[in-house]
Write a protein that binds this ligand. Structure first.
Ligand code: NAD
Length: 514
């Protein structure tokens, strides 16, 4: 599995090579398309606080062209005729190209959002493995005969592509979250129009170019860059789109759901969270403190599944808070290209402002700052980049905003509970339901909590493990549907039930019609 090597890091440390600082045209129908005059916008490196490459604000006209190209590729030409074997071969070719271009794909993302090199390079390696996994799913999928017991009548289920897919993605893991949509869509035979986050368009454009290089015909993968409105809004409302696969905030997800209603578009929503980590009194405290901490501060807290709401049993509460505060204060902040750094910058200025505002809200709500609580300082790099100290709020009232709203930054709340039952009730007292963790050495307690906690994913004595073979998604306001796993192709397919008569006399009104 080719990964980013230390020589690559040294080469890029200078920091990013000048060839990154260029224009990034959109990709529509296999051609690079620049936006209208004056529609360029800059990407900003959150560690250096400097603008580098430019992308374009796509207009309604660009979206129309991309959707039309996707429709043509779906209905006529090479891709429309591609067999499952062709589709799995292309996925494997893409996987090989991703491996060969791992350095560029990794560094483009770090340049865009400042996430740590370890996580970003593992994500790119995982993308290639994911593509091969989807290729295997395509190879193993066949038409399914159904035994109805009806004489001389057969029923068979076939799977066709759902059609033109609009994939709208956020900035926190641009390529991984795109892969969760793009790979099964391509495996199922769909065509795709991607609208990446305005913060992270370049990595998506690089991946789309690799799709062309791998042999996907023009129009199969298109990328229209730009902002939510008008670009993404026009895309999700477009009557030529059959399915929307969206990852982003809950508020935007609600808008997307309304847009889907008009055309009854198929819809997958991966939205926000405020995931609880339940710490029971019989946990292994050292392991738990470390695990809880990485469950929230990894990725600088900018992850939908951040375990940012910790609920701790009374008996160990004070000890836990003291240890978590000390451990959070010892984390190293700095250059995301440095493999020794624990916490990188926030991805953009807006997120920096949001997180600092929430910290002030927490103080005003009466929570106790047990660690952090400020914008980072002390070195020119920390003061220049968008760094916030890993922050632990203790004695948090579960009714307050910092305990109920998604902060999407390095901020964790710790609240006290009297029992396992109260912990579960507090964990479930949320509109979200993306993920949860439970820390205990008692297997039966773990099983009880796992069963009762309301979330799409539950981790026991670990946190934040995700794998392409394991479904991921939320309940409640955290989303709709699942991505990943063996059923991933189903979300991009329409089942067709085919009935064939093998010689019955044709009589009127036979069978059990509705
Ligand atoms: P966001 O909702 O602001 O933007 C997400 C995408 O939607 C962007 O591409 C944006 O341009 C687009 N968009 C904005 N307005 C739109 C509109 N009216 N119609 C259609 N699209 C529109 O989210 P973000 O700030 O980029 O990402 C952070 C959010 O994403 C957090 O809430 C996080 O929890 C969530 N997230 C969820 C998951 C998951 O798997 N559940 C994963 C990662 C991030």
């Amino acid at each position: 599995m080719p990964q980013v090597q230390h020589e690559d890091v040294r080469r890029w440390r200078s920091r990013f090579p000048p060839e990154m600082d260029r224009d990034y045209p959109m990709l529509i129908d296999g051609a690079q398309v620049v936006g209208d005059d004056g529609s360029g916008f800059a990407m900003v490196d959150p560690y250096e606080d400097t603008a580098w490459g430019r992308a374009y604000r796509g207009t309604a006209m660009h979206v129309d062209r991309a959707v039309a190209a996707a429709r043509r590729a779906l209905e006529e030409g090479e891709w429309a005729r591609a067999t499952p074997a062709d589709r799995s071969r292309l996925l494997r070719a893409l996987a090989d190209l991703v491996d060969r271009n791992a350095t560029e794909l990794t560094f483009a993302q770090i340049h865009e959002n400042g996430k740590l090199i370890g996580e970003m390079s593992a994500g790119v390696a995982g993308l290639a493995m994911h593509a091969r996994y989807v290729a295997d799913l395509v190879d193993s999928r066949h038409d399914v005969p159904v035994d109805t017991g009806m004489p001389k009548l057969s029923a068979t289920l076939t799977h066709g592509p759902v059609g033109v897919v609009a994939a709208v993605t956020p900035w926190n893991s641009p390529l991984t979250l795109l892969a969760w949509k793009l790979l099964p869509a391509l495996g199922a035979g769909c065509t795709v129009v991607v609208k990446p986050s305005e913060v992270t368009p370049t990595s998506t454009l690089l991946l789309a170019q690799l799709c062309l290089e791998a042999g996907y015909p023009p129009g199969v993968v298109n990328v229209v860059t730009g902002f939510g409105t008008p670009t993404a809004q026009h895309l999700v409302e477009h009557p030529g789109v059959d399915k929307i696969a969206f990852t982003g905030s809950t508020r935007t997800g609600q808008t997307v759901m309304q847009a889907a209603a008009g055309g009854l578009k198929r819809l997958t929503l991966e939205l926000g969270g405020k995931s609880p980590q339940i710490v029971l009194k019989d946990c292994d405290l050292d392991r738990t403190v470390h695990g809880v901490m990485s469950g929230v501060f990894a990725a600088t807290g900018q992850t939908c599944l951040a375990g940012s709401r910790v609920i701790v049993e009374d008996a160990i509460y004070d000890d836990f808070v003291a240890r978590l505060g000390a451990a959070a204060s010892a984390l190293t902040m700095g250059d995301p290209l440095d493999p020794g750094v624990d916490v990188g910058p926030l991805a953009n200025r807006r997120q920096l402002a949001t997180v600092l505002e929430y910290i002030e809200v927490g103080r005003a709500e009466g929570a106790v700052v047990a660690a952090g609580g400020r914008r980072a300082a002390g070195t020119p790099e920390l003061e220049r980049g968008y760094f916030v100290e890993p922050t632990v709020f203790a004695d948090v009232n579960p009714c307050t905003r910092i305990s109920r709203e998604e902060i999407f930054g390095p901020v964790v709340t710790v609240s006290r509970c009297a029992s396992e039952a109260e912990a579960v009730a507090m964990a479930n007292d949320t509109e979200f339901g993306l993920a949860a963790g439970v820390w205990t050495e008692d297997a039966q307690a773990a099983a009880r909590v796992t069963e009762r906690v309301r979330a799409g994913t539950v981790w026991v004595n670990t946190y934040r493990v995700v794998h392409y073979a394991v479904p991921f998604g939320g309940v409640g306001m955290s989303g709709l549907g699942r991505e990943l796993g063996a059923d991933a192709l189903a979300a991009y397919s329409e089942v067709k039930s085919v009935w064939t008569d093998h010689g019955n006399p044709q009589t009127f009104g036979r069978g059990q019609g509705t």
